[in-house]
Design a protein around this ligand. Structure first.
Ligand code: MIG
Length: 806
């Protein structure tokens, strides 16, 4: 059977669910019966619906890793109405309609638009194979859902992908794997699977989560233009529908079910330097030293697999890293946090306590014939923790205690698809068994969630060990809801211009799929980069939520200084700009934590009614107000940019543009095309070598002013810990209004009790003529005006500042 595990089992014949009858109902759900299948239709929150079909007399269960056992609180007021031939459940203006004969389900949003209607003929159903048994079909019957695809409907999301933003008319496979070098469209499934789509139709957004962590395929109008189908190898048929009607609503609704990104520690937003591997303590010291010596801001250095003793997790190579505690303390004193890699494979070694303990406690995955499942990874032959079990996750988490006590700040979880060496870059067979927990589960039933269950254990462990700190966990693999536990990096991209381009649609779809904290390796992982590619990659990379340069063993060095001038200066300037942008990034992280909104946003997220944004693959918004359009080809300085509705200013030259327009941007090396939205203040901090460096330097509100008005937000807190949850944060709204020759900027009173260190704030207004006078809170005030920039300083303590320039 071993050689068959990459191939799905024979599927059998599809049988749609037929007529159903009502069994019972409560305030927000109906239970129906169709043959031996029980179907539940529930309203979980306004605009959030859940459908579950449980075949063969199986019980209801929704506790997949996507929800992590959390269920939104049902709304108080669901109206259940009997209709001609079925029922309607209505809540908050959106509804689900259930027709009984045959059982077909459809939805209506608050604008009255019907969406996600079952295909009349195919509906939902199961693939039956007479005579199948647990060896021929270890996962039972495959399941399939068929929905009508409306004319003009466009599909986005689908988590981590290699192709363009728009997935309409394609087939997408969800099966976590460590793909061959050089991600391309020929293998659409990568390390992580988020079986979620966001669709747009007439500017209205809806979402669908097909919650099944076994191998799944979405066909988004490819096989049959009028059908979207969603299919999994086995298990139950559970899906959630999110009624929108804006993309923001869909992300809020989706993350109500799958969870939101916790606030990261501030240091994790700083610049990070990695390589496979900095192999000795002295090499790590040298990298840290170079960063400081060359004035290149850096918060984090990484330890890749070579810090371990023979790749045994939770050990140190004492020769290459003698006295590692001293090394970590020295780095800390110099403002560096250190993140270390931990893979799931545990070396089979009788003299290695982690293995021996895991084996004795029965904590490893078993084979179909109940032996320890073993395969080779970096350490040689390994066993694999059964992360589906809570006890195993707890044990795994606890194993990080010494690392944290030694001074490691964050944990990087790699190879957790899991990736295996035999055969090369394969993964665990579907018929392996997870039986350390409450129930026995075939690996194939939860394959796509293995990595996510690992990082759940790591995050919870770090929280137990250091309850006052915010855990920092990176994962390569994940499933829907990964954002609750870890941030995600995109794995092994290549040092190719194509991959600089690909990073944008990839990260935007990841963001639309709930994972806001994400990034690709700057400079590219595989292959050798060049000075120009590194510089252009960095021009893009510093705008990612996660900013880390990383590359493969044996490649050319690609630290920011590796190619000399002019590239080193470009990298320094870009990384310095990143540091200046941290107040804005942090504000976006807090918004995402509260609402699920992505940080790096496709234009369509803010402008869903403008169809021209749907193909804007190579530009993005940071929040609402910063538009970035990187250069992704060698030897050019110009590119096309689409500016959406509104007034925009070029960041470097202050040139003004009206939106809903295609323009040609000039972007010489060091000046990537960045545009700021008029009247939307951008909070900029000082350039620091790291985020721990104390500063009382003023904060600058950069405002490009044009007739009209706008608002922006600044959110701040201590940058780590949890005091913000009891009110120790500071949120300010900044309003800008330009009319009748005067620009008025109101920095509203601070909400929350956090008080920043600085004593001064600066308002820096562009796009206006030299004013004849400036007033602050009604009093005439000093100002500078130079090169078209008006600067006004005022005390940070001003509870409200109204700055008027006329
Ligand atoms: O088999 O730890 O994606 O970032 O440097 C390769 C070594 C294992 C893959 C990760 C990459 C990391 C590398 N790892």
């Amino acid at each position: 059977m071993a050689e068959d595990f990459m191939k799905p089992a024979p599927k059998g014949t599809y049988e749609p669910i037929g007529a159903a009858t009502l069994q019972d109902h409560d305030g927000n759900s109906l239970r129906l019966k169709a043959g031996t299948t029980t179907v539940e239709v529930a309203v979980l929150a306004d605009g959030v619906f859940r459908i579950g079909a449980f075949p063969n007399g199986r019980n209801f269960r929704y506790d997949t890793p996507a929800t992590d056992g959390h269920e939104p609180v049902a709304p108080g007021s669901v109206a259940i109405e009997e209709t001609d031939g079925g029922y309607t459940l209505k809540s908050g203006g959106a509804s689900v309609g259930v027709a009984l004969n045959p059982l077909r389900i459809s939805f209506t949003d608050t604008t009255g638009l019907t969406f996600c209607a079952d295909d009349g003929e195919l509906g939902m159903g199961f693939f039956r194979t007479p005579g199948a048994n647990v060896f021929t079909k270890p996962l039972g019957d495959a399941v399939k859902l068929n929905k009508q695809r409306e004319a003009g409907e466009r599909t986005f999301g689908c988590g981590q992908r290699s192709g363009p933003l728009d997935k309409s008319g394609t087939r997408q496979t969800f099966y976590n794997a460590d793909p061959p070098e050089g991600h391309t469209d020929s293998m659409d499934n990568l390390y992580s699977s988020t079986p979620f789509t966001l669709t747009l139709k007439d500017g209205r957004a809806h979402g669908l989560l097909f919650d099944n962590p076994s191998r799944s395929v979405f066909d988004l109008g490819k096989e049959t233009p009028g059908i979207n189908s969603y299919e999994s190898l086995g298990g139950d048929l559970i899906y959630y529908v999110f009624a929108g009607p804006t993309p923001k609503d869909v992300l809020r609704q989706y993350t109500e079910v799958t969870g939101r990104t916790p606030l990261p520690p501030m240091w994790a937003l700083g610049n990070q330097q990695c390589r496979w591997s900095y192999e000795t303590a002295d090499e790590v010291r040298e990298i840290a030293h170079q960063m400081r010596e060359r004035d290149i801001p850096c918060d984090v250095v990484y330890l890749d697999i070579d810090y371990m003793d023979g790749f045994r997790v939770f050990t140190w190579d004492e020769e290459a890293f003698p006295k590692h505690r001293e090394l970590l303390a020295e780095l800390k004193a110099d403002g560096f946090d250190v993140v270390a890699i931990v893979d799931p494979g545990v070396k089979v070694d009788e003299n290695y306590p982690v293995y021996v303990e895991g084996r004795e406690k029965g904590y490893f995955v078993r084979t179909a014939v109940n032996e320890e499942y073993q395969n080779a990874v970096w350490p040689g032959v390994c066993a694999f923790p059964d992360f589906a079990s809570e006890a195993v996750r707890k044990w795994w988490g606890e194993n990080h205690r010494q690392m944290l006590e030694d001074g490691i700040s964050g944990i990087w979880c790699d190879m957790n698809e899991p990736s295996l060496f035999v055969p090369h870059q394969s993964t665990m067979p579907d018929d392996a068994v997870h039986n350390s927990g409450a129930r026995s589960i075939r690996h194939g039933e939860i394959h796509n969630a293995y990595g996510q269950l690992m990082v759940k254990g790591v995050r919870e462990g770090l929280l137990d060990i250091a309850p006052d700190r915010r855990p920092f966990v990176i994962s390569r693999s994940g499933y829907a809801g990964l954002q609750r536990h870890a941030m995600q990096w995109m794995g092994d991209n290549s040092s190719w211009w194509e991959h600089l381009y690909m990073a944008m649609p990839q990260l935007m779809n990841v963001g639309l799929s709930g994972v806001a904290h994400a990034g690709v390796d700057i400079g590219g992982f595989f292959d050798d980069t060049t000075g120009e590619l590194l510089a252009r990659f960095t021009e893009f990379g510093v705008f990612q939520p996660f900013c880390r340069n990383h590359s493969v063993k044996g490649s050319e060095n690609q630290e920011p200084w590796a190619f000399g001038e002019p590239y080193e200066s470009v990298c320094r300037a870009m990384i310095s700009l990143r540091m200046r942008l941290l107040p804005h990034f942090y504000t976006l992280f807090e918004e995402s934590h509260r609402t699920g909104a992505p940080i790096m946003r496709p234009l369509l997220f803010e402008y869903p009614e403008d169809a021209k944004t749907y193909a804007a693959d190579d530009e993005f918004l940071l929040g609402e107000s910063v538009l970035v359009a990187p250069i992704t080809k060698p030897g050019i300085e110009h590119r096309h940019v689409y500016l959406p509705k509104g007034t925009w200013f070029h960041y470097w030259t202050c040139e003004r543009f009206d939106g809903e327009q295609h323009i040609l941007a000039h972007a010489p090396l060091g000046q990537p095309a960045v545009y700021l939205k008029a009247n939307t203040a951008l909070p900029l901090g000082p350039v620091r070598m790291n985020t721990k460096e104390l500063t009382d330097a003023p904060l600058t509100y950069l405002v490009y002013s044009a007739e009209g008005e706008g608002t922006a937000t600044l959110y701040e807190d201590a940058g780590d810990g949890y005091a913000q949850e009891s009110g120790e944060y500071a949120r300010r709204t900044i309003r800008t209004r330009a009319a009748d020759g005067a620009t008025t900027i109101t920095i509203e009173e601070r909400e929350g009790t956090f008080v920043p260190e600085r004593s001064l704030a600066i308002v820096d207004v562009r796009g206006i003529e030299r004013p004849s006078e400036v007033t602050v809170n009604g009093e005439r005030h000093d100002f500078d005006y130079e090169d078209g920039a008006l600067k006004v300083r005022f005390p940070e303590s001003a509870s409200e500042a109204v700055i008027k320039a006329r």
